[in-house]
Design a protein around this ligand. Structure first.
Ligand code: GLN
Length: 451
């Protein structure tokens, strides 16, 4: 057994050695981390250890942290230091955990590859030419590379589950309302939900237990007790009814990914679960629906970055309009601007009924698909993403990037939980089994990629 200080020092040294290349952190906070580690060690010596006492972890740079920059991956917030902690940050600290820093992400959580960060792309530790997924790519890469045992991310349309899949780890998006959004920079408020990325389902269960719960500061947080999410982890799968959505195994799914997923599902069957096909008939509408609703909410949420109250301000503004225009033109990257333009358009008079209102109606149908399916089965299983991690620069066209989200975003639109667990490997697994900052334990880079 070793102390939290020893563990934290070891991981901070590992970050210093490997993260120049991986770029999974935007800010590392060694002094605050070691102070928290010492507090955790002292609490343990007094017999007062919290549930996560001394556990080092990392926070996606979308969670406000008092005294530590919260950039949200954007030039707009490059110098923003929040005056308070997000509820989840408060809860994790109260549970005794030790934050080592803030992880890289797509700007304002918009993206599926982490190529949209003002702080540069994150590399996938299994293969440095591949993306780690997004938008919580920094959190996923940091966990996969062994820089932290767990990290927090956010999932508005797959941003926890897809990077977890690309990096071969476990990522959990809780039910909407389960985890407080207070202090989490808003992207699309009716979809955003924070959650854990870690090695195992058990670790995710422990972290969810620490961050979940009602919060008076978030009116959408659900007023229900927090169960022990680890309680049923060891139970038999016998009798579990698994549904495979027909629409998730059709055109566009990489056959190698499908083979890995089907093999993994076979393992559940061998453990006593039964499998049947189900249908989610509105699946094809999930991407168009999401890409109306999310940009609409984003355009509204991002209107607060006006160069006046906080965030980037241009030099020498001529007048107020010039201040707004240049501050926003300089502060936001291309993808964020694209979403603001789409959202502003779909919310404008004359277009609202055709786009936003229609999307809200289709959203109900998508939710109903899931409710109908859950009449027959306990859980649904399928791929998190149509392909394994792709190479940086391979998906230049925004539409092809949006298609990445086909298997994840319906879950957000329905408000239900989703988890991505490692299912296997496409291609050859590295000799040592796990990657280490681009150098798998076996020495050579992986010739395959996790799914
Ligand atoms: N790819 C999605 C998007 O760009 C991911 C969003 C998210 O979950 N934060 O909107």
């Amino acid at each position: 057994e070793f102390s939290s200080r020893e563990l934290s020092e070891t991981l901070l040294a590992r970050i210093a050695r490997l993260d120049g290349e991986l770029n999974s952190f935007i800010t590392v906070t060694p002094d605050a981390a070691l102070a928290a580690a010492d507090r955790a060690d002292a609490a343990r010596a007094r017999g007062e250890a919290g549930p996560l006492s001394g556990l080092p972890l990392a926070l996606k740079d979308i969670f406000c942290t008092q005294g530590v920059r919260t950039s949200c991956g954007s030039r707009m917030l490059d110098s923003f230091v929040a005056p308070y902690d997000a509820t989840v940050v408060e809860k994790l600290a109260a549970a005794g955990s030790v934050s080592l820093g803030k992880t890289n992400m797509d700007e304002f959580a918009m993206g599926s590859s982490n190529e949209n960060s003002y702080y540069g792309p994150v590399k996938n530790p299994w293969d440095l030419s591949a993306v780690p997924g997004g938008s919580s790519g920094g959190s996923a890469a940091a966990v996969a590379a062994g820089l932290v045992p767990a990290a927090l991310g956010t999932d508005t349309g797959g941003s926890i589950r897809q990077p977890a899949a690309f990096c071969g780890i476990t990522g959990l998006k809780p039910t909407y309302g389960r985890v407080s959004r207070y202090g989490m920079v808003a992207y699309a408020s009716s979809l955003d939900q924070g959650g854990p990325l870690a090695r195992t389902a058990e670790d995710c269960a422990l972290l969810l237990g620490a961050i979940a719960g009602h919060d008076l500061r978030d009116s959408t947080s659900v007023a229900r007790g927090v169960p022990d999410y680890t309680a049923e982890l060891g139970e038999s799968l016998s009798g579990l009814k698994i549904g495979l959505p027909r629409e998730y195994f059709g055109d566009g799914l990489d056959p190698a990914v499908e083979a890995a997923i089907r093999e993994a599902i076979g393992v559940y069957e061998s453990l006593g679960a039964t499998v049947r096909e189900v249908s989610l008939p509105h699946t094809a509408l999930a991407i168009p629906t999401y890409y109306v609703i999310a940009p609409a909410e984003a355009s509204s949420n991002l209107s607060r970055y006006d160069g006046v109250r906080f965030g980037h301000r241009c030099d020498n503004p001529r007048d107020l309009i010039d201040l707004y225009q240049r501050s926003r033109a300089e502060g936001f990257g291309d993808e964020v601007k694209r979403r603001i333009l789409i959202g502003t358009h779909t919310l404008s008079e004359g277009f609202f009924d055709a786009y936003y209102k229609k999307a809200q109606q289709v959203r109900r149908l998508i939710r109903q698909d899931f409710l109908d399916a859950f009449e027959d089965v306990d859980v649904l299983m399928g791929p998190a993403s149509p392909t394994p991690a792709f190479d940086r620069g391979a998906n230049k066209d925004p539409l092809s990037m949006y298609l990445q989200d086909i298997y994840t975003i319906a879950v957000n639109l329905a408000g239900i939980p989703g988890i991505s667990v490692p299912a296997g490997f496409v291609g050859q697994r590295p000799a040592g089994g796990r990657p280490a900052g681009g150098r798998p334990a076996g020495g050579r880079p992986a010739e395959g990629r996790p799914v």
